[in-house]
Write a protein that binds this ligand. Structure first.
Ligand SMILES: C[S@@+](CC[C@H](N)C(=O)[O-])C[C@H]1O[C@@H](n2cnc3c(N)ncnc32)[C@H](O)[C@@H]1O
Length: 395
């Protein structure tokens, strides 16, 4: 179950049918503010209008999959003359680039207002729109952290044979401004889940197909651009914590909501087409959240309390006079009563002495130095973890 948050009233998922057709796009914040926050709800209507009714600084992450402005000219046919299900819907049509830019400026400004100070924003797009979106968001003060390439393992072919296969989309990940440093990024968890390699900015994932793809009674796709859940899972796991609020202003079939519910996050979805909103509602209702042990945040080394080496001696986990070695037993140092190490006449911190014996400029003494118990060598870090788990670490 998602975690309850102070000051926020949670209600069951529902589609809220509100008055539409009256644009307040140029009058931000004049509408009455939605209070409490409409968590786990789909707001039906124009995103700028709905965003302007949300309280300022209220969401932790925004995932936006705006119209692409594809500007398709004519039907696209396969070699067998069957028609490709392309994005030719009214919601993707704009009169000009200037019209699209105006729209982009409005929704980005409205999204920016509801983002908490440390919140971040993902916008996904293709070459048709992502460069325009990128310029506008930078002009508004957003600070780009990464651009992630979603490389499609099963892209649609280029049926006319006049261009390269369009096999990727770009996601811009941005903070509200350059001075936001404490945004959520689960670096350690990502690395641990990637066989201890840093996760790269190019992600290979299939497009949404098979059982995950929503279909109508006639067996046709419910939505032309439904995103794969794995894409959203990566984003939410990397940049949010359980209980966080994730906003999606272009909700479509509710991929963001489905993944948020599964991962114990809250969502707010905005969608202007009633048919898509209804499909999203049914889809989300069928999702079972994962058990809390499966989604609890990975311990973040940077936010864990610092444990000085001396504390290991004071707590009796390590004795003054004990000998430490490296893993292979090539180097030795003696633990001193004052929390330093000695190699012959040279005295220093676990890090300095570790670096010195290896002839390196720096060393992590917690992983380099090992102690012996029952004939086995263990890294010092094990004692630090033991101390943290005991709850007796210094504050
Ligand atoms: C690219 S699709 C998003 C698909 C979605 N990510 C999914 O996985 O199903 C964009 C969606 O935004 C909706 N939309 C377009 N303009 C909108 C607006 N001004 N306000 C709210 N929704 C809008 C469209 O109806 C469409 O469903």
């Amino acid at each position: 179950m998602p975690i309850e948050r102070a000051g926020v009233v949670r209600s069951k998922s529902r589609i809220e049918v509100l008055r539409t057709g009256i644009s307040t796009a140029n009058r931000p914040c004049l509408s009455p503010v939605e209070n409490p926050l409409p968590l786990d709800q789909i707001l039906l209507g124009d995103c700028v209008e709905k965003l302007n009714r949300l309280p300022a600084e209220s969401v932790d992450l925004v995932f936006a999959d705006p119209p692409y402005n594809l500007q398709l000219e004519g039907k696209i046919l396969r070699p067998d003359q069957s028609q490709v299900d392309a994005v030719d819907d009214a919601w993707d049509k704009f009169d000009s680039f200037a019209d699209y830019d105006r729209f982009t400026h409005e929704w980005l400004a409205a999204v920016r207002r509801v983002m908490k100070r440390h919140a971040t924003l993902f916008v996904i797009g293709s070459y048709h729109n992502i460069f325009r979106v990128g310029t506008i968001l930078q002009d508004q003060g957003f600070w780009i952290l990464n651009d992630i390439i979603w490389r499609k393992s099963n892209p649609m072919p280029n049926f006319r044979g006049r261009r390269f296969t369009n096999a990727h989309e770009t996601m811009i990940w941005a903070a509200k401004s350059a001075d936001v440093k404490n945004y959520t990024f689960h670096y350690d968890a990502l690395k641990a889940g990637n066989e201890d390699h840093q996760v790269r900015s190019d992600w290979l994932l299939p497009i949404c197909s098979g059982g995950e793809r929503l279909k109508n009674e006639a067996g046709r796709k419910t939505h032309p651009t439904q995103k794969p859940e794995n894409l959203l899972s990566r984003i939410l796991l990397a940049t949010t914590n359980p209980g966080d609020v994730v906003l999606d202003p272009f909700f479509g079939t509710g991929t963001t909501g489905a993944v948020a519910k599964k991962l114990g996050r809250s969502f707010i979805g905005i969608e202007r087409e009633a048919g898509y909103a209804a499909a999203a509602k049914a889809r989300i209702a069928a999702i079972d959240p994962l058990p809390s042990e499966a989604i609890a945040s990975f311990p973040n080394k940077r936010t864990e309390p610092r444990i000085p080496f001396m504390t290991l001696i004071e707590s009796g986990l390590l004795a003054a006079g004990e000998t430490l070695t490296d893993e292979k037993g090539r180097h030795e140092a003696v633990v001193r009563a004052d929390g330093t190490l000695a190699v012959g006449p040279i005295i220093g911190s676990i890090h300095k002495i570790g670096a010195l014996v290896q002839g390196l400029p720096a060393c992590n003494g917690w992983t380099f130095w090992h102690f012996q118990r029952d004939g086995q060598k263990h890294p010092l870090d094990r004692l630090r973890i033991q101390l943290r788990e005991s709850g007796k670490e210094p504050v």
